[in-house]
Design a protein around this ligand. Structure first.
Ligand code: SF4
Length: 374
């Protein structure tokens, strides 16, 4: 579409989390975090596999104990995505989990302790050639910064990040990415803007503790969407008090909405009213569920009547516009002779969409694996 905004991304260096590139114009990656008990290896592996099925790029796992570090070793053997080990308080766990194969260490230097401990973690990451994420969080700023700024302002988050970055610079360690997360949309956006002006390394964007599935998705979309539009963000996580699968789905929804990393169907549907000729809500819900395996980027419009249907259909890959008894079907903006019986419209639409996805893949030689890795 001609009106699609072209986003110029911030230039950054590149790191690799496992084999996944982050930064320097690599595709923006979607992360999530397991919420199983890490030492419950089957449950954690199952959750990671479920996340892999819906396209997660990187998974973070909490490593609160040495036992959970040992669990990572076994988990790593059973999954494909790179694993980021999330370490708080005890730097010795970081050393252990790096030895056990973690692909990245996420530390919050504010709670790791003195500089010699941070130094040990850095030397360990260097030895294993794995990156670090410096994860600054408004809820766990260093005490002296809390005292200095009174509250977690963007400047406080930035200062915390720059302190750690400076220390890593002194150690000549460049393999890191940085996040400055706040649960407040305004603070998060401003913190990331300040950070982006100061560093070359990749930036991990997110709203921390954003809330439940709906409100958290909205907050994250506003903050992360704003930053991405400004070109800030190389990887992201949506932090929801919900099933981690939701985090990945919302992450891809944000990227798809901005046409940054089109993957799967972009559904367009009207909000419905008494003019609708078929049950739009039930159809959209069913199709979203049934067609979640389609990775081909395409726009599908489900519009309940002829008021807005033909207009939306002009720009959709496949569209249906509600009419009495049988509805109008469109492909690539052109109305087809075929009409869809309103009684069986879901099944027919599914068939058409699948056929179209197959046609696009064949015509453009799109390899589904390539789409997954976009
Ligand atoms: Fe109502 Fe038609 Fe608008 Fe849908 S497109 S909300 S059915 S007027």
């Amino acid at each position: 579409m001609s009106h699609v905004k072209h986003i110029t991304r911030r230039q950054s260096t590149r790191i690799y989390v496992g084999k996944v590139p982050v930064g320097n114009n690599a595709p923006i990656t979607i992360q999530s975090m397991t919420n199983t008990c890490t030492t419950n290896i089957p449950a954690t592996v199952n959750q990671i596999k479920a996340l892999e099925r819906i396209g997660v790029d990187i998974v973070r796992i909490s490593v609160p104990t040495i036992e959970s570090a040992e669990a990572i070793r076994l988990i790593k053997k059973q999954v494909n995505v790179p694993i980021v080990a999330d370490i708080h308080f005890d730097y010795r766990i970081a050393l252990k989990v790096a030895e056990y194969g973690a692909d990245c260490l996420r530390i919050n230097p504010g709670n790791i302790g003195n500089q010699s401990r941070i130094r040990s973690v850095v030397e360990c990451a260097r030895y294993h050639n794995i990156p670090i994420r410096i994860g600054i969080n408004s809820g766990s700023l260093e005490k002296n910064l809390q005292k200095k700024y009174k509250e977690p302002t963007p400047q406080a988050l930035l200062e915390s990040a720059l302190r750690q970055i400076e220390y890593l610079d002194k150690l000549s360690f460049n393999l890191f990415k940085v996040s400055v997360k706040s649960s407040d949309v305004f603070i998060a956006i401003e913190s990331y803007r300040l950070l982006a002006k100061q560093i070359q390394q990749p930036i991990h964007v997110g709203i921390t503790e954003s809330g439940g599935a709906r409100a958290g998705a909205v907050k994250s979309a506003i903050a992360i969407g704003s930053l991405l539009l400004e070109g800030i963000g190389d990887t992201l996580r949506i932090s929801l008090a919900a099933d981690p699968l939701e985090e990945v789905k919302v992450g891809f929804d944000i990227l798809r909405s901005l046409r940054i990393r089109p993957r799967g169907i972009n559904f367009i549907a009207c909000p419905t009213c008494s003019r609708q000729e078929f049950d739009v809500i039930s159809i959209i819900n069913t199709l979203e569920e049934r067609l979640s395996d389609i990775l081909t980027p395409m726009d599908v419009a489900i519009i309940g009547c002829m008021v807005n249907g033909p207009g939306e259909a002009k720009f959709a890959t496949i569209a249906v516009s509600g009419r009495k008894k049988s509805s109008s079907l469109y492909e690539d903006g052109i109305q087809l002779h075929e009409r869809l019986d309103n009684q069986t419209i879901v099944d027919q639409l599914e068939k058409h969409i699948r056929r179209k996805a197959h046609k696009i893949n064949t015509t453009h030689h799109i390899d589904i694996k390539t789409i997954t890795n976009l």
